[in-house]
Write a protein that binds this ligand. Structure first.
Ligand SMILES: Nc1ncnc2c1ncn2[C@@H]1O[C@H](COP(=O)(O)OP(=O)(O)O)[C@@H](O)[C@H]1O
Ligand SMILES: [Mg+2]
Length: 284
């Protein structure tokens, strides 16, 4: 089942003097079962793009096919609730959206809203909280009493508890320390590997994108500049310059090793993968 933008445009403040075309004729097919990164400068349209995936924003022109749902500009949609169960969107700074009295209630809100019985909703909430590393001793605590990083995890658990097929994350690691960021990303890598979830991540962290995202989309001024394999993008110095992207340190390291005569496959994306390949060649 496809995730497919067809000639989609979106205009903020349409028909107003200060109307702004934030997405301009987007044609894009996102692969299922894969982790895809959406990158680009601030204001390039990343949030606007991903907010179409669960119909938080509706297109002004064109259409979007997602799973079994088709959203067409100007056509009233009747399936928003099932769509939002299947496509979970974790907002940027999602921690500001916690509102229930206790953490467990906050996470159970989604499953309850999508029709699960209260007991089942609590069970799912508890499982999701465990998955994101929130200890049971915190379940009955107010979300206002925990740290920013923990709040972010609770917000993410709220989406995971609904068991969406597609998980969309808008800058999930912004403002987290490197260790916290790594833990959050590992969680989504596991959801992708073990449960075959389709993951779409908006990010500024090219290092993370290179390590974990098989595919990358580059946006600029509301247009798609690149969509393809992440390794191909970051191997292309001209493209990096054109799109004003920093070369990840890991690519620099790869290039250095290749210069020294090591054979490093283009598929090697993490320090662990590179180390393994180098070790094999040192022994010989
Ligand atoms: N609510 C809004 N009203 C008017 N313009 C907006 C609104 N949200 C975003 N924009 C504009 O749309 C463009 C794309 O924004 P956004 O999708 O938030 O970009 P990104 O997530 O890549 O930083 C920017 O020029 C931004 O100023
Ligand atoms: Mg944004």
């Amino acid at each position: 089942m496809p995730i497919s933008f067809k000639s989609l445009s979106y205009i903020y403040n349409k028909d107003m003097p200060y109307a702004h075309k934030a997405l301009d004729n987007i044609n894009l097919d996102i692969k299922e079962g894969v982790i895809t990164a959406i990158i680009g400068e601030t204001g390039s349209g990343k949030s606007t793009l991903v907010e179409h995936l669960n119909a938080l924003l509706l297109p002004d022109e064109g259409s979007l096919q997602i799973l079994d749902y088709e959203i067409v500009a100007g056509v009233k949609q009747k399936f928003l609730k099932p769509l939002r169960k299947d496509v979970g969107l974790v907002f940027q700074f999602s921690e500001y959206q916690l509102f229930e009295e206790t953490i467990i209630k906050d996470v159970a809100f989604g499953p309850l809203n999508f029709g699960f019985a209260p007991e089942e909703a609590i069970k799912r909430a508890a499982e999701a909280l465990k998955l994101v590393g929130i200890d049971q001793s915190l379940f009955e605590v107010s979300p206002l009493e925990i740290s920013g990083g923990q709040k972010r995890r609770v917000a993410i658990a709220g989406i995971i508890a609904c068991d969406p097929k597609i998980i969309v994350l808008d800058e999930p690691t912004a403002g987290l320390d490197p260790q916290g960021a790594k833990e959050i990303i590992s969680l989504f890598v596991n959801l992708n590997r073990k449960l075959n979830k389709t993951i779409i991540i908006v990010s500024h962290d090219n290092e993370m994108v290179y390590n974990y995202c098989e595919e990358t989309v580059v946006l600029s001024h509301g247009k798609i500049m690149y969509h393809g394999k992440t390794t191909d993008l970051f191997a292309d110095k001209e493209k990096l310059k054109e799109f004003n992207l920093l070369e990840p340190q890991i690519v620099e390291l790869k290039n250095m090793l290749i210069e020294k005569g090591f054979k490093i496959s283009s598929e090697a994306r993490t320090i662990e993968m590179i180390a393994k390949e180098v070790a094999g060649q040192v022994k010989r």
